[in-house]
Design a protein around this ligand. Sequence first.
Ligand code: S3P
Length: 422
Amino acid sequence: MPGDKSISHRAAMIAALAGGSSRLRNYAFSQDCLATVSCLQQLGAGITRIGPDLQVQTVGGFSAPATLLDCGNSGSTMRMLAGVLAGQAFAATLTGDESLRARPMRRIIEPLELMGARFESQNGCPPLTIDGTQSLSPISYRLPVASAQVKSSILLAALQAAGRTRVIEPTATRDHTERMLQWFGVPLEIVRSTDSSETTIAIEGPASFPARDISIPGDISSAACFIAAATLLTGSDLVLEDVGLNTTRTKFLSVLQSLGAQIDIENVRNECNEVVGLVRVRGGMESPAADRTERAALSGSLIPELIDELPLLAVLATQIEGGLEIREAAELRVKETDRIAATVHNLRSMGAEVEEYPDGLAVNGPVRLRGATIEPRGDHRIAMAFTVAALIAESDSEIADSDCVNVSFPEFFALLAGITEH
Ligand code: S3P
């Protein structure tokens, strides 16, 4: 699998904040992660590609960019870079494509303004001009939305603030920023509440730290499409090596296992403060799925840890006895596209029975899908999830605008073709 997208963004930004030269092995060369690279280059970081790796050389601080910083389709780039820029002594403007320019940024503006940065936006949406300051104040901030991007943005600003910043997250989200800061030698205090799912992360600024090499594991969210495809296609036997298995990202595997998928995890080890291992998937669902009569349900604290895999789970639900209901997932409506609407629309085109709710959807199963023209609406995860649906449909499907997979996984169609037998 290509390098993990979430970890790649963080590695580039944190290496650019470090002192010296860091080698980032297995960097994700997808459009999103390349947008992060080009923004950092415009800020003065020396970044070169060496085969599958990235070499990041810092030059003692960032400088004001000559033009707008274009984050493309990448919410992670914009939100996390805003945290970096909050602590700079210059103003910079972040913009992006049409999809990104419609996405909510108040969630980062509010905490970063409390720390002392000033913002201009279009009613809370990009373009976003950040007037940074080298005298950021620490804050204690409870996340109103479960978002790893917002948490990370505050932590990156906190590195540059004078004093102790605390971020309180009511439910767990991916913790790659915390792990990577620790890898780079930045002390963090992480306290998990014993009587709730709350976690407090405290960081003391200003923190300077030296460069360090890092290996980026394979992307589990990209792997999820292949794991779903292998599960749905009887006779499959698929082995994925060196995949990231951080437990804030692996709920997709446990949900699939609970539905009867045959997934084994082996050779689990720690690499650069992340968990990595091998995933083996055999085709077909074992008995639990067949025995179940009730509809499976996903909601609450599970949602943030499944967020990028929910469209794929909705596709899988069409093949599950009793189907699946996903609730409390309104965040899906503010992703690269409204993923609830896009999933419902494309599932219905394929003949599935779906109910749409403001905060989710319910899918009946099992049903035989028919081929259709899929409209991903520019969203890479929708394009890939419905390519998996197309593999099990009765007739051919066409994925319109399929280039959008380049946002996270340019090799997707070639890799899939290479391991699928007709
Ligand atoms: C990401 C966090 C999630 C996820 C996105 C990547 C990250 O977004 O959907 O694909 O790398 O931190 P939110 O923070 O908006 O939930």
